[in-house]
Design a binder for this molecule. Structure first.
Ligand code: UN1
Length: 497
């Protein structure tokens, strides 16, 4: 397996190298705890060098016609498509998700790259009428400068590709810091851009801890934007740092996403889909459906089928055929889930399945945890309010859809939401009333499509990415006024001067 993996290195100004002080950290397979690689632990000097390079090549890159920049992205897309299986394998080995899900993530990355590449010929803005005769007004786009990209481990391929391609197509240069649990697939992304012909220094790569690499990025005012996906608490810290420089930002943060199941829902459709929304990637999605709010009349029937389904999910090494759910990312992540299982029991919710590790040979090697269902959860319990980020779903009973919507909104998060119903009135009511950046009817809370905007409200973040808004994010608009009358205008000072 490990012959598939690259030698992880920093990539600074096109040079592949170790960190300036030679230190490294380990990356392990979460399904087996096997060592996958020792990865350079970047320093603030490395970050400074990366930003120096990003700055030195900025004018060349930003002046390259966008359709030429797009050529490189199209080649990136082609390589991804051709090597999708190898990429998915690295993703599963490093992150743990089941291979079919990993493959879907790789394809999502491909879709994003191809969608954004087309922007090379489509970064339109607009022309406007003027108040004055013989004068043209229009809005042009300019790149921002150097963009800092900081990404999480749960979608370590697709999320960097939501950010890096639009930053590049718009003419920015990039410093990219991946999550420390998944630097190998991130290294693959950088290597693919190199093979596609991206000039040296346009995309720089620094692995290492947030407290070192992330901090150094935040403290360098030459970065004109930070595009971050990760925990809400880190997002708040980043926003504070960005405030000092009035720096542009996108923050994609946590979620505690509600799925309403109305009395008229078709459980044959709803149950499998909600199982997927709650437990795929072992619940480690900011869009995971973790609060299932069920109308009274259908509640018991739903619970019976949902618990049976959760219990039957195939949990194991994501490389094994038939496995649906892999391990948690780290031992600490598993300890956190165990803590929440205890909290849930103490709070008085009833745990109907899961709640523990596996003790068979294969699964005790990794950080596996049983899909867990709590019922009779009250919405003010911590298990219903905190983002657990694991295979734990809470079922909450509601008297009717109006109360369900109230419960759905009673959270500090607002990323995704869903309702299962055949009633158009309830569907539209929930779409318009639930405070979230993404809303589904008759689908779970996950599964965003790359040409639509993605992002949340409240503590789930700030801004949207993907879709047409991607270009807005990575450009500034400049209003330009061109007077072709060549005449004196009657300004305020009349004829003086
Ligand atoms: C995240 O967990 O940060 O559409 C994003 C979805 C996923 C995105 C999750 N592809 O649900």
């Amino acid at each position: 397996m490990s012959q598939l993996l690259l030698k992880p290195e920093l990539v600074i100004g096109g040079e592949h190298r170790m960190s300036s002080d030679g230190s490294t950290f380990e990356v392990r397979n979460p399904a087996t705890k096997e060592l996958l690689a020792n990865v350079p632990k970047g320093t603030s000097d490395d970050v400074k060098a990366a930003i120096d390079f990003a700055q030195s090549v900025y004018s060349n890159w930003s002046e390259t016609p966008a359709p030429q920049r797009a050529e490189i992205l199209y080649r990136v897309g082609e390589i991804i498509r051709k090597e999708q299986n190898e990429l998915a394998e690295i993703l599963t080995l490093e992150e743990g998700k089941a291979f079919p899900e990993a493959l879907a993530e790789i394809v999502e990355g491909y879709d994003t790259v191809m969608y954004i590449a087309a922007d090379g010929r489509r970064m339109w803005s607009y022309v406007s009428p003027s108040e004055q005769k013989d004068k043209a007004c229009m809005v042009i786009r300019r790149p921002l400068g150097i963009v800092g990209v900081i990404t999480p481990w749960n979608f370590p391929f697709s999320i960097p590709l939501w950010k890096i391609p639009p930053a590049l197509i718009a003419g920015n240069t990039v410093v990219f810091k991946p999550a420390s649990n998944t630097p190998l697939i991130a290294m693959k992304i950088v290597e693919i851009f190199e093979r596609a012909g991206l000039p040296k220094g346009v995309l720089n790569f620094v692995t290492g801890p947030g407290s070192q690499v992330g901090e150094a990025m935040l403290n360098d005012k030459r970065l004109k934007m930070i595009s971050f996906t990760g925990e809400s608490i880190t997002g708040h810290k980043i926003a504070e740092a960005n405030a000092i420089f009035l720096r542009k930002q996108i923050l994609e943060l946590g979620g505690k996403n509600p799925i309403i199941v109305a009395n008229d829902a078709d459980l044959d459709v709803a149950v499998p889909a909600i199982l997927y929304a709650s437990y795929s990637n072992c619940g480690q999605k900011c869009t995971a459906g973790s609060r299932i709010i069920v109308e009274e009349k259908i509640h018991d029937k739903f619970v019976e089928r949902f618990v049976k389904g959760a219990d039957a999910l195939a949990v194991g090494n994501g490389m094994n055929p038939g496995v649906q759910i892999g391990p948690l990312i780290t031992e600490e992540a598993r300890a956190k889930i165990e803590k929440y299982v205890d909290i849930g029991k103490k709070e008085g919710a009833k745990m109907l399945c899961g709640g523990s590790r596996y003790d068979d040979n294969e699964r005790s090697k990794g950080h596996f945890f049983k899909p867990t269902v709590f019922v009779d959860a009250a919405n003010d319990m911590r298990i219903s309010q905190d983002e657990i980020f694991g295979p734990v779903a809470c079922v909450i009973k509601a008297r009717n859809v109006d109360e369900a919507i109230e419960i759905a909104n009673d959270t500090r998060y607002g990323l995704s939401s869903a309702i299962y119903t055949r009633d158009l009135k309830n569907a539209f009511k929930s779409l318009s009333k639930i405070e979230s950046g993404i809303g589904y009817v008759n689908q779970g809370t996950t599964g965003a499509e790359v040409h639509l905007p993605f992002g949340g409200v409240k503590d789930s973040g700030f801004g949207r990415e993907a879709g047409e808004i991607a270009i807005e994010n990575y450009t500034e608009k400049k209003a330009v006024f061109i007077d072709y009358s060549y005449e004196r205008r009657p300004w305020y000072f009349g004829e003086s001067g």
